[in-house]
Design a protein around this ligand. Sequence first.
Ligand SMILES: Nc1ncnc2c1ncn2[C@@H]1O[C@H](COP(=O)(O)OP(=O)(O)OP(=O)(O)O)[C@@H](O)[C@H]1O
Length: 333
Amino acid sequence: MKSFTDSPLYEPGRGAIVHVERPPVVETYQLRKVYRTGFWLNQKIESLKSCTMTVYQGETFGLLGPNGAGKTTLLKTLLGIVRPTSGRASLLGHPIGDRAVKQSIGYLPENPYFYDYLTGWEFLEFAAGLFEIPPSVQRQRIPELLELVGLAQSAAKKKQMRQYSKGMLQRVGMAQALINNPEVVFLDEPMSGLDPMGRRQMRELILSLKYAGKTVFFNSHVLTEVEQICDRVAILAKGELICAGSLEQLLGVNQDIYQVKGIGGNPDILKRWVRDFTFDDEGWYGQLQGEPQEFLATLRLIGAQLISMQLSRPSLEEFFMQQLLKRGITQSS
Ligand SMILES: Nc1ncnc2c1ncn2[C@@H]1O[C@H](COP(=O)(O)OP(=O)(O)OP(=O)(O)O)[C@@H](O)[C@H]1O
């Protein structure tokens, strides 16, 4: 597979240059963050190294990377929670940290702290109060949001949050991130701790935000979900942005390799045509080696039936692992 870094769209250190007509919402230029730790603050941890990237309006953008890559640091820097050591960044055209922008952004932290003794409803009223949303608007918006995130009104009104499951807390957190009807939503590991059904609902919710024209920027380890919902992704490793682009740009479509699946026929003949030939109750499958037309003619001759034949491309997970291995990263920190 051709690496994205070989493509003309890629400039080392600058990530992808994608010509999109939409205005940029997030822009960073050589952003760097060094944490100082230790008793004398004499130990340095370089969490972000010269990070330059752009996220455009209306995009669903996924930031990927192993543990300790610097994803949360980047998100917190954009939100003005962490001060960059050097470099520049802007959010909705304003320098990061500008208070005027905070009205237009929503944020779901990775490990949110909720007030245990408040009900979900009371917590949302509290969050709405921070944005000075009038009570009449709150009365309409809170039930709408609860419905959107799939949390029952009765649970939100009656139960204190210390009695909530991880999934319920994540839903309240998401409702809180949307309370001000933000233009840009930052989600740090939104799928974490959710069961398959919860992940699916979160995925649908993120897609509904995208269709509503919001820009969604999220960090995730769940690459299969990212592959299904993101317009563009970037990979961060050891504080460095190693690539960024749309899934087509990063994964490409390998024109030569077809994944084939079928039933029947003589396995000995099929093995000559199908690499990694595998056979189970549902039939046989593998990668076609040879001319598709000749293969189809052979199938007719041996009485086999083709179920599917698709151009293959690596999954995002395979691409992700390749990129890390290329840089000698075999373990997360
Ligand atoms: N407040 C801090 N003080 C010192 N070091 C920090 C601080 N916050 C993060 N770090 C370090 O910076 C590096 C990047 O951490 P960060 O949390 O940004 O990574 P991450 O990609 O979000 O990881 P994860 O996927 O595990 O959440 C790590 O080595 C971490 O230990």
